[in-house]
Design a protein around this ligand. Structure first.
Ligand code: ZN
Ligand code: ZN
Length: 366
């Protein structure tokens, strides 16, 4: 099969012919239809997040089940599925409590070592040398993933567009529903209207937020944000975002501010844009160990909640999101603005790196 192999930091990824992987106990082989182009891959590509190399990136897939191990019961060959980037092991203390977003096995084996849960990769080069797996390694024609991380798609959902239900959409949903606990009527500001930020805007809108203030530095992204439910937009290259959010909320600040960029200055802006007693939810991953100086006295006296949010509780959230897309409350079509082939993978990540992608780009593989 063809796979996009990242040999060293900085890239480029090269399309190589490697053996098709075989699923082991508890695993599924997916013929990949599409894989989303996400900032987390870009962080690895640039060396901002360290990861074992050489590797095959890509962690937001949809496709058709090609084979299953004999013990797999939730899907069958031929099923159309979405694969979630967090692949919950199902039995660590966090998974048992339903906190798939904290799965210890996923972090220890996949994110730190690039392997699946028997400690080995499923991807080898023709010479037998191993390739690390970033999640299920979706930038390839076939991907092996634990069965706990695949979810059936009804026939009415577009097979390619549905890949974003594996990362961008559940990451937004996890932040809005679980970490912010957003209530109808609350005011929301979203800093960063990219792949995840756009979804936060859309989901905050369907959750009944009274105001959804979108903040970005690209007017085209702000216009797209309006179509997804933003009630106000702020161009942060022109106006100070915290001051504007305060001005738009009667001087108090927003009930909830989401930060979807992972930068110190925007986390600070979020902290300064939230009302007393409000919640700041940080969703963007930052390069390396970048830190932010938070004003302790305001945090304490004004009872600000500062929370991180990573992905979602996949086994509960992805089926719920599939229902929301099927019911028309969430649009995947509106979020996907560019499609590339597997041989254009470097162009796709280059455009993402340059801030040229509104919403989400996807790589169509089959
Ligand atoms: Zn992602
Ligand atoms: Zn687990």
């Amino acid at each position: 099969m063809k796979a996009a192999v990242l040999e060293r930091v900085g890239g480029p990824m090269r399309i190589e012919e490697i053996p098709e992987p075989t699923p082991r106990a508890g695993e599924v082989l997916v013929k990949v239809a599409a894989c989303g182009v996400c900032h987390s891959d870009l962080h690895v590509l640039k060396g901002e997040l360290s990861f074992q190399l050489p590797a095959v990136l890509g962690h937001e897939i949809s496709g058709t089940v090609a084979a299953v191990a004999p013990d797999v019961t939730n899907v069958r060959p031929g099923d159309r599925v979405v694969g979630s980037f967090i692949m919950p092991c199902g039995h660590c203390p966090h998974c048992v409590r339903g906190r798939d977003d904290l799965c210890e096995t996923f972090f220890a084996l996949n994110r730190l070592k690039g392997v699946l849960y028997d400690g080995e990769t499923r991807l080898l080069r023709t010479d037998g040398s191993p390739l690390a797996m970033y999640s299920m390694s979706g930038l390839a024609e076939y991907a092996v993933t634990p069965a706990t991380a695949v979810f059936p798609l009804p026939d009415v959902l577009d097979i390619h567009e549905s890949c974003i239900l594996g990362c961008a959409v559940p990451t937004a949903y996890g932040a809005v529903r679980h970490q912010a606990g957003l209530l109808p009527g609350e005011s929301v500001a979203v800093i960063g209207a990219g792949g995840v930020g756009s979804n936060i805007i859309q989901i905050a809108h369907i959750f009944g937020a009274s105001e959804v203030i979108a903040i970005d530095i690209v007017d085209e992204k702000l216009e797209a944000a309006r179509r997804l439910g933003a009630t106000q937009v702020v161009n942060a290259s022109v106006d100070d975002p915290a001051a504007m959010v305060r001005a738009l909320t009667g001087g108090r600040g927003a009930d909830v501010v989401f930060e979807a960029l992972g930068r110190a200055e925007t986390v600070l802006a979020a902290f300064n844009a939230v009302r007393d007693g409000g919640r700041v939810v940080v969703v963007g991953l930052a390069p390396g160990t970048e830190a932010v100086p938070i004003e302790i006295t305001r945090l304490v006296r004004r009872s600000i909640t500062l929370k991180g949010s990573y992905g979602g509780r996949m086994r509960a959230d992805v089926p719920e999101l599939v229902r929301l897309v099927q019911g028309g409350q969430i649009s995947t079509a509106q979020l996907i603005t560019r499609r590339y082939g597997l041989d254009e993978v470097n162009e796709a990540y280059g455009a993402l790196s340059q801030g040229k992608i509104t919403g989400r780009a996807i790589i169509q593989i089959a």
